[in-house]
Design a protein around this ligand. Structure first.
Ligand code: KG4
Ligand code: ZN
Length: 382
């Protein structure tokens, strides 16, 4: 097996490595999830970096062993270079650079969120553009129109907390361990979502756009962004207030389950409705769900249930929805083959997606700056 590509992921609290063949099939994968952060209720950056340093060699050896590939058979080394915790990123980037140099093969720096876009295609060859993408992780919440790989049009993003961050903070408020998503999902499955009323932030106009009762005026960019942007910090505060008011501030386990269910229902409703509104205005019923929150079954089910006939939802299995080296290797393969590294080279704590553009036209009389594809005609039609 020659010319395999190695992918390394160390942006946050997973140390992961994967080996893919040139067709993009996974030959070997190892993921180590750091659990020392649990007691702190969030990731401690220095502990994360030190643990990556300790784990990276054994994790890479495990992935190579799983693949039965010798490191001298590698044809390239891809690494998530941004965004993330800088100390954690530097471990992966320094390691990948050194190994690529020693082997005399290309070093391929990748944007972590582009990795999440490439996760579903690891399991389903149909998971390719065009699609509307909802990227939901601990650090990001983005709605994108993706007419083709490498062409990313931002429709909306969070104005405050990322949705994964909201799951983590709500989990902490409810006394559940970090990361919060799986615990909230389990508690929500036991709870009654109707007992507590929680807000659905930035939802004005979303339902009427979905139903066709109103259209989107591309000239009114601010109104359009109000439809597609997200805000989760008010929802988190509403949960904190509810917890403080219930049963003298220490809710019983069943009340906690009900609060978790109400929170999950509110978050899922906002994410799903805005994604489905994006389906309406782009005219494209292919949806890709990526990032750790994509593991949430309620979110997947609620988008899938409301897609128009013929629509498709692409979402990786939970293991590949969370941070992993396979998605980084797959995005690296794309970058290597296209010869366009998207301007990424060094570790960076924050960085926009490569070549990301706004989906919105600059102004109504400047069509050249507007969306230039399937989505554009739907937008101007609307
Ligand atoms: O993509 P990811 O593994 O790491 C980042 O890039 O941030 O996403 C981690 C986030 C955490 O906030 C975690 O609570 C959330 O994904 N998450 C979930 C679920 N599993 C993980 N959120 C909701 N439901 C889940 N089942
Ligand atoms: Zn991630």
């Amino acid at each position: 097996m020659t010319q395999a590509i190695l992918g390394i992921e160390t942006t946050c609290d997973e140390t992961s490595a994967a080996v893919l063949d040139r067709a993009g099939s996974i030959l070997g994968l190892a993921i180590h999830s750091q659990d020392m952060h649990r007691i702190y209720g969030g990731v401690v950056p220095e502990l994360a970096a030190r643990d990556h340093l300790r784990r990276i060699e054994p994790v890479v050896s495990a992935a190579l062993g799983d693949a039965d590939v010798d490191r001298r058979e590698l044809g390239a080394v891809a690494v998530a270079a941004c965004p993330g915790l800088i100390g954690a990123l530097l471990v992966g980037v320094s390691w990948a650079r050194a190994v690529a140099m020693a082997l005399g093969v290309p070093y391929v720096p990748v944007h972590h969120m582009e990795g999440h876009l490439f996760a579903p295609i690891l399991e389903d060859p149909e998971a390719k553009p065009p699609f509307v993408a909802l990227l939901v992780s601990g650090g990001h919440t983005m709605l994108l129109w993706v007419p083709e790989w490498g062409d990313y049009r931002l429709m909306g993003e969070t104005r405050d907390d990322a949705v994964g961050e909201a799951f983590d903070k709500v989990a902490r408020i409810l006394g559940l361990p970090y990361p919060g998503g799986p615990g909230i999902e389990a508690a929500a499955a036991r709870g009654d979502p109707t007992r507590f009323a929680l807000p659905r932030p930035l939802m004005r106009g979303v339902e009427s756009l979905r139903s066709g009762a109103r259209s989107l005026n591309p000239k009114d960019r601010r109104a359009a962004r109000d439809i597609f942007d997200f805000s989760f910090s008010g929802l988190k505060t509403a949960v904190a207030r509810t917890v403080a008011e219930v049963e003298g501030g220490s809710p019983s386990p069943s009340s906690r389950d009900d609060i978790a269910a109400a929170f999950q229902e509110a978050a899922v409703e906002v994410l799903a409705s805005k994604t489905l509104a994006a389906v309406v205005v782009t005219g494209c019923a292919r949806v890709l769900l990526g990032g750790g929150v994509a593991a949430n079954r309620a979110l997947r089910d609620s988008i899938r249930a409301e897609l128009p006939p013929g629509g498709r939802l692409f979402a990786a299995s939970p293991r590949l929805s969370m941070d992993n080296g396979a998605m980084i290797a797959r995005a690296g393969l794309y970058r290597l083959e296209s010869g366009d590294f998207g301007g990424i080279s060094e570790a960076a704590a924050s960085a926009p997606l490569p070549a990301v553009l706004s989906w919105y036209p600059k102004s109504s009389d400047d069509p050249a700056s507007g969306p230039a594809s399937e989505g554009a005609s739907a937008l101007t039609r609307a």
